[in-house]
Design a protein around this ligand. Structure first.
Ligand code: PEP
Length: 255
């Protein structure tokens, strides 16, 4: 059994209206009936944070947000600071997701500043890294992941306030997945990098999640790989039944 308590986090991306909160209620009902031995988090769009906080109050499901501005406040129309997200109930913020790196040209330096902003607000930074299809085909996976890890993890990082999500860009939302061996190789590489960066003890305790087309049918294949400490789940986190199907990989009886 692994020493690190796993985390399965759902990234709703730009999906979800008020009516979607019913999925959270359904998830809580299912978890009450059949508890699981993993930490659980849901990251809805910012518009739903306050409402989701009400639904999740007192439950085992934590609330996270998606992205933040590096600064605490100021003239940045449309942006949200880490402090605002904390105020709305978030305990963590996803930063450096490949969709933001691609859609908004986010660099490692900006991701680093956003992760530091999450820490400034007392939140956990879920830092996403991962190679594109072309980079994988070119044999550059470990170079890219190593560079993103070195550049995106801020000086304020510690085992308790960061989570690394390894998400091959080509596996996100596509139904394509790397082999379990490939995931194990990259996670082992990330673990070694974290130990080098944070020291043996801290680096050993950081959670490293796999993300990219995780579904109930393939979850156990990835979640049983060495150095995989949970999953970041996009599409399959939108429906309570699918998300629970992934969470149930950590059924209490298997813990
Ligand atoms: C994600 O967006 O972080 C993700 C992993 O998406 P999906 O599970 O839909 O591939």
């Amino acid at each position: 059994m692994k020493g690190i308590r796993p985390l399965v986090a759902g990234n709703w991306k730009m999906n979800g209206l008020g009516a979607s909160l019913g999925e959270l209620s359904s998830l809580l009902e299912r978890l009450n009936r059949d508890p699981v031995a993993t930490d659980i988090m849901v990251c809805p769009p910012a518009t739903l944070l306050s409402l989701a906080r009400e639904v999740l109050m007192g439950s085992a499901v934590a609330l996270g947000a998606q992205d933040c501005h590096p600064l605490p406040s100021g003239a940045h129309t449309g942006d949200l600071s880490a402090e605002m997200l904390a105020d709305a109930g978030a305990e963590a913020i996803i930063v450096g997701h490949s969709e933001r790196r691609a859609d908004h040209g986010e660099t490692d330096a900006l991701v680093n500043a956003k992760a530091a902003a999450a820490h400034r607000a007392g939140l956990t930074a879920i830092i996403c890294i991962g190679e594109t299809e072309a980079e994988r085909r070119g044999g550059a996976t470990l170079d890219v992941v190593g560079r993103q890890l070195a550049g995106s993890v801020p000086p304020s990082a510690a085992a308790a306030n960061i989570v690394i999500a390894y998400e091959p860009v080509w596996a996100i939302g596509t139904g394509l997945t790397p082999s379990a061996d490939d995931v194990g190789q990259v996670h082992g590489f990330i673990r070694a990098g974290l130990k080098q960066r944070l020291g043996e003890a801290e680096g050993s305790d950081v959670r490293i999640l796999y993300g990219g087309s995780v579904k109930p049918a393939n979850a156990s294949e990835f979640l049983s790989v060495a150095e995989v400490n949970g999953a970041l789940v996009g599409g399959a986190s939108l429906k309570a039944s699918d998300f629970y199907g992934i969470l149930s990989t950590y059924a209490e009886t298997n813990a």
